[in-house]
Design a protein around this ligand. Structure first.
Ligand SMILES: NC(=O)c1ccc[n+]([C@@H]2O[C@H](COP(=O)([O-])OP(=O)(O)OC[C@H]3O[C@@H](n4cnc5c(N)ncnc54)[C@H](OP(=O)(O)O)[C@@H]3O)[C@@H](O)[C@H]2O)c1
Length: 283
């Protein structure tokens, strides 16, 4: 199986490339190979790679910037996703497109499943709803994979690092740390997504599926687990979203469950694995 991975420099893309190599033939592609907003460049790239599967991990997801730049957000996520979907369909390739827990509004208090109604609270989430719809229109056999709270060895290209590294840096600099305790999600190690996804792709699964760590926690709980596992005792305070402020409205609850697949391992195991592989705690 030949797999073309778009966004191969990102945290999820790089883990898919790293962990699928050797099991399938992986062709990594980055922005300089094709900007996803350029339909013709995407078509040329996909046609020349002759993949069996195209995996699109690209996104514009710096949420405060998305609020300021809705046009660019929709151009990269929704139009870019459609460009990739059209090119994959034309080349006769299967397609995997990533989406987010932020397509939900957080009014539920049990894990969101695939058939739950979407209602996004911010520009980014709304652009990903449009992405899901445009991708499935352009390529009805696509697999749309909703994931949540990603952290991976490469760090998010679009966000400049990841939550774990930000917490460790602030703690080591001795800075006061304030983290929201009223936003609950399932922080997920991108390596665990990469490993969980391959069998689904090999089985030919289509439609929407949720792939996230088992159990949810607040960002404050997650931060405390990072500090505890790394033996750090920073100046830390749990705050509400209102106290934290900021331009982006986020769902208070966005844990992903599934009607279709088993959850990945507990978020804490994914975190321990990340900290070990990154060298923050002993192997
Ligand atoms: N991070 C999260 O917490 C999270 C949560 C839920 C869902 N997701 C979704 O999961 C997927 C992967 O996220 P991630 O955290 O791995 O992202 P990431 O690390 O920011 O990587 C995104 C990749 O997309 C590339 N890219 C951005 N704009 C592009 C364009 N116009 N043309 C071509 N490439 C472009 C980036 O390339 P450059 O390096 O050149 O910018 C980068 O390689 C995305 O669909 C995201 O929406 C993420």
């Amino acid at each position: 199986m030949r797999v073309l991975v778009l966004g191969a420099s990102g945290q999820l893309g790089s883990d898919i490339v790293r962990l699928w190599s050797g099991q399938v033939e992986v062709i990594p592609a980055v922005r300089s190979d094709a900007d996803v907003t350029d339909a013709e460049a995407v078509r040329r790239l996909v046609a020349s790679a002759r993949p069996d599967v195209v995996v699109n991990t690209t996104a514009f997801h710096n949420l405060p910037v998305c609020e300021q730049e809705p046009l660019r957000t929709f151009e990269v996520n929704a139009v870019g996703g459609r460009n990739v979907a059209l090119a994959a369909r034309e080349a006769g390739a299967a397609l995997v497109q990533f989406s987010t827990d932020y397509v939900f509004d957080g009014s539920k208090r049990a894990p969101y499943v695939e058939s739950d109604a979407r209602r996004a609270l911010n520009v980014y989430g709304t652009s990903k709803i449009a992405t899901e719809d445009l991708v499935l229109q352009a390529h009805p056999g696509a697999l749309v994979v909703r994931v949540s709270g990603l952290f991976g060895l490469a760090g998010s290209a679009g966000k400049g690092g990841n939550f774990v590294e930000t917490m460790l840096r602030l703690a080591r600099e001795g800075q006061p740390i304030r983290v929201v305790a009223d936003q609950v999600t399932a922080p997920t190690n991108t390596a665990e997504i990469a490993e969980g996804l391959l069998p689904l792709v090999e089985s030919g699964m289509t439609g929407v599926v949720h792939l996230a760590a088992a159990e949810g926690c607040s960002w404050a709980d997650f931060a405390e687990a990072i500090f505890q596992l790394c033996g750090l005792r920073p100046d830390f305070r749990r705050v509400t979203s209102e106290e934290f402020g900021g331009p982006v409205v986020r769902p208070k609850y966005s844990v992903l469950g599934s009607e279709r697949v088993a959850p990945l391992r507990h978020w804490r195991l994914g975190l321990e694995r990340y900290l070990r592989e990154k060298g923050h705690i002993p192997a």
